[in-house]
Design a protein around this ligand. Structure first.
Ligand SMILES: CNc1ncnc2c1ncn2[C@@H]1O[C@H](COP(=O)(O)O)[C@@H](O)[C@H]1O
Ligand SMILES: [Zn+2]
Length: 333
């Protein structure tokens, strides 16, 4: 399932994970438990993960999330999934984790969006009580396909939780199939979120030809960028987009294996990590969906190091500098 030949150096390296979608992070073992809870769905492992050497179109990746969502549709499921995911990140040497997830309503099981977030909060608190060695925060996600109104509702919910969750909810994520919907329709909701103190991490230019949308969203500006694969001129982006990112010093969350397996980047060597890292721009290595893409953060650091020839010292610095990009207030650590 996973390539376990990761050097102990990368495992033991204290790491910060800033871009992890809850339902994309579900491990093989947890999927196994979910499948046995719901045998009638006839879901097999091949439908929930993209194995070693395999590739899918981004579109096919979004089909995979639909399958996982069928498996995770009750409070109990969410509690188990969130608890397992947190413990797995901790076991991989992640000391600070920002999880993100799209609150879902499930009519069949009585799940509400509010209950969804409360359940993730419960998992975070339980792990803390058990002494799991990791600081976990949460970003409420907007699925861009759902449009203006749902986005606005989600922001309201996120704001409520920001004020009541004891600092656990720190921000908002914009994600979902990048080929569906337009950022312009979500601007008012994102602006509102920003005004009320929620930090913004936006998936930006994950696919080509979104210059106009990226420009619009960069004017907010967001606090971090997910992927930003097609921002720079060499791949059809533009100097003015890059300038906005640099001027505002907006960190990029870079997910190498995700982009390779989703085929938005042709190979590791051509990953845009190189462009931004060489420029000295804040670049944070992340997993995106460790379950779906069969990876973990140690492995992503190792791949980055071997692909771009980073020394151990450089890897330490890279992982250390991610701390400057977290959304939790400075008071921690
Ligand atoms: C591969 N690149 C990606 N690009 C954009 N959005 C992505 C994504 N990977 C995951 N998601 C978003 O996260 C959801 C699953 O987790 P949650 O149910 O929210 O926990 C997906 O449905 C999608 O909206
Ligand atoms: Zn993502």
């Amino acid at each position: 399932v996973m390539d376990n030949e990761v050097d102990v150096f990368y495992r033991e390296l204290p790491k910060v994970e800033l871009h992890a979608h809850l339902n994309g992070s579900v491990s093989f073992q947890t999927i196994e438990k979910l499948i046995s809870r719901k045998p009638h769905l006839n879901i097999e492992h091949g439908m929930t993960a993209i194995g070693k050497g395999q590739r899918r179109t981004l579109d096919e990746c979004f089909q995979v999330f639909k399958v996982i969502h069928q498996l995770v549709d009750t409070e109990e499921d969410i509690l188990m999934v969130a608890t397992d995911v947190i413990k797995e990140f901790a076991a991989d040497g992640v000391k600070y984790l920002e999880l993100r997830s799209t609150p879902r309503e499930e009519k069949n099981t009585g799940l509400t969006k509010k209950r969804y977030i409360e359940t993730v909060m419960k998992a975070i608190q339980q792990c803390r009580k058990e002494g799991v060695d990791i600081d976990v925060r949460f970003l409420v996600a907007i699925d861009r396909r759902n449009g203006t109104e749902v986005a606005m509702e989600t922001v309201k919910l996120a704001e409520e939780f920001m004020l009541s969750s004891d600092g656990l909810v720190v921000g908002l994520d914009l994600s979902g199939d990048p080929t569906v919907g337009h950022g312009r329709d979500l601007l008012p909701a994102l602006q509102k979120a920003k005004n009320c103190g929620l930090k913004l991490s936006l998936h930006l230019s994950e696919v080509p030809s979104q210059l106009e949308e990226s420009d619009l969203l960069l004017n907010l500006p967001p606090d971090r960028i997910g992927h930003g694969t097609f921002l720079h001129p060499e791949v059809g982006g533009s100097a003015s987009l890059v300038e906005k990112v640099v001027k505002n010093n907006i960190p990029l969350e870079l997910c190498l294996t995700s982009n390779i397996k989703g085929q938005t980047v042709p190979c590791y060597a051509q990953h845009h990590f190189k462009y931004w890292y060489q420029m000295g721009h804040p670049s944070v290595i992340c997993t995106d969906d460790k379950g779906v893409f069969c990876t973990d953060l140690s492995q992503e650091y190792q791949v980055a190091a071997s692909t771009f020839g980073l020394s151990r010292e450089a890897v330490w610095k890279l992982s250390q500098s991610a701390i400057d990009c977290i959304f939790a207030p400075d008071t921690i650590e």
